[in-house]
Design a protein around this ligand. Sequence first.
Ligand SMILES: Cc1cc2nc3c(=O)[nH]c(=O)nc-3n(C[C@H](O)[C@H](O)[C@H](O)COP(=O)(O)OP(=O)(O)OC[C@H]3O[C@@H](n4cnc5c(N)ncnc54)[C@H](O)[C@@H]3O)c2cc1C
Length: 301
Amino acid sequence: MSRRAVVPVRDGRLPKGAADAVALADGEVILVGEGTRDAAEVLLARTTWCLEAAFAPGRLAAGLAPHLDDVDVVIVPASLDGRDLAPRLAAQMDRPLWARATELDDHQALLARIDDRVVVPVRLDGPCVVTVLLQGRAYTGSGGPVHELLPVADTGLEASQLSVSEPDVRDLAEAPRVLAGGAGLVQGLDDHEARQVFALLERVGEALGAAMGATRVATDAGWVSYDRQIGTTGVVIDPDLYVAFGISGAAQHVDGLGTPKHIVSINLDASCPMTARSDLGLVSDARALLVALAQRLGVES
Ligand SMILES: Cc1cc2nc3c(=O)[nH]c(=O)nc-3n(C[C@H](O)[C@H](O)[C@H](O)COP(=O)(O)OP(=O)(O)OC[C@H]3O[C@@H](n4cnc5c(N)ncnc54)[C@H](O)[C@@H]3O)c2cc1C
């Protein structure tokens, strides 16, 4: 079955999972959005088509569909924009959508379900759209031609914008920097005090352009909401910088870390698993260090 990746691009930046989608499509990709030419130079796919347009998923889906008619399996990264685009593309092309695939071949896709604890195989017996999760694949062939696709006409299919709400936190899954807190950050505090410390962690994170995350101990206790939980039963992240405040480094937590370029661990236990895997281990009280950091940054404690 023929395959092609469709990868949304913002300001020339590729989303997480772009390399996986292109690898699974054997190097055939349509880049859509803004800065597609710059993204094409980074991706170096076998064949690239660039559709330069503001990222408006309804309109893009309508504009892309004619370019994908002869493609059996359309592969989209399961990034924020990819999850926005893929269902519209499937509806536009009247195809099924298979979401969150971890593996894909000509016959079947393996879909991650129930917090990624269960893998469900589905048979691919016709044209479809598949979103794929970040798995660390890369297209290993050499880069080939880059073509332009014609701009997309306004089809009137776009939703109109009524208002824009400011996000209260940066998206954890996509954040390049993450500050995360665990039980050690709030040791000895009551629930009210613990929530205040996690709120401070979030403000310090904002000052550093980082998203706030937490361990399951923190979410189960209600110190932070479940959407902040990192791990096998939470969000899977893949930042450049991950800073762990009072986190032991249990397998279920670190399984959700991806492959951060740098890990900093602040822990009283110099030999805990998180410090053992860190680039920089600070044997220090996590809360005292957070407060000192907040003062340095001028963040109110
Ligand atoms: C089925 C299942 C699924 C799970 N899924 C997840 C998941 O998705 N995500 C997740 O995070 N967990 C998950 N867990 C829980 C996981 O096993 C661990 O219990 C949890 O990650 C531990 O969180 P923690 O590091 O905050 O706490 P702890 O393991 O208690 O570690 C606290 C750390 O803080 C340090 N410390 C103590 N005091 C201080 C101080 N003053 N300053 C600095 N450091 C200090 C300690 O030395 C210790 O290393 C799951 C468990 C199960 C059974």
